[in-house]
Ligand binder design. Structure first.
Ligand SMILES: [Fe+2]
Length: 245
């Protein structure tokens, strides 16, 4: 399987001045492209050749892990940014407050972890199978999926993420980055939604999963493999619609 560059949900100049076009040109256009190219060069003829990217991240180490995880991490990072930030959805604010005391306390702890991480790495908000939230700091290409956790948000604190716009001032980069976070996407991941089959009205509840078809409790609908089919009528995932609550 050839891995490809993710499309950005905004124009490359849209995040300026918090994140400049030049940073996007280098960070997305050159650094991420290199990880994708390296991964595609490393996996032919290995057991990972046809494996989905997240499985490669969970199962490998060494050069394949580094390039697969950097591809996954950057794809996730860039897709969670937006030039038009909305207010944080209330349910997400409640969940963060329950876990960390308040939204401000969460942001303080996350910022401390991001600014304080020694060397290159990533800081994550992640959830376990029961939905319990934690802040996880990982060096180099680290990703909390290798600990069985589900990523909800990340910031890249490699120097290449901020040196063009902020030189050595990582704290200024992190402060600006908070204003680019797409809170709706974080909420969609943090609060998994129910989905209904439009043909037979079967409802997929992420809290229950669907163990009979191999989907563990706690699996968000978005993370069910694309070849999964409705356990009642056999239609594919695209026949499902989100249940508005
Ligand atoms: Fe990066």
């Amino acid at each position: 399987m050839k891995h490809t560059m993710p499309e950005l949900p905004y124009a490359p100049e849209a995040l300026a001045p918090k994140m400049s076009r030049e940073t996007l040109d280098y960070h997305y256009g050159k650094h991420l492209q290199t990880y994708v190219d390296n991964l595609n060069r490393l996996i032919p003829g290995t057991p990972y050749e046809e494996m989905p990217l997240d499985e490669i991240v969970r199962r490998t180490d060494g050069a394949i892990f580094n390039n697969a995880a950097q591809t996954w991490n950057h794809t996730f990072f860039f897709r969670m940014l937006t030039p038009s930030q909305c207010a944080m959805p209330e349910k997400l604010a409640e969940k963060l407050s329950a876990a960390f005391g308040s939204v401000e306390a969460f942001k303080d702890q996350f910022t401390k972890a991001a600014v304080g991480l020694f060397g290159s790495g990533w800081v994550w908000l992640a959830a376990d199978r029961e939905g319990k939230l934690s802040i996880v700091a990982k060096t180099n290409a680290g990703n909390p999926m290798t600990d069985g956790l589900r990523p909800l948000l990340t910031v890249d604190v490699w120097e290449h993420a901020y040196y063009i716009d902020y030189r050595n001032r990582r704290a200024d980069f992190v402060a600006a980055w908070w204003n680019l976070v797409d809170w709706q996407k974080v909420a969609d991941r943090a609060i998994p939604r129910r989905y209904k089959c439009t043909a037979c009205d079967y409802v997929y509840d992420p809290a229950k999963g669907d163990p009979e078809t191999g989907i563990a409790p706690g699996t968000p609908f978005e993370e069910i493999p694309d070849d999964w089919t409705c356990p009642i009528c056999g239609l594919y995932k695209e026949a499902f619609r989100r249940v508005e609550e």
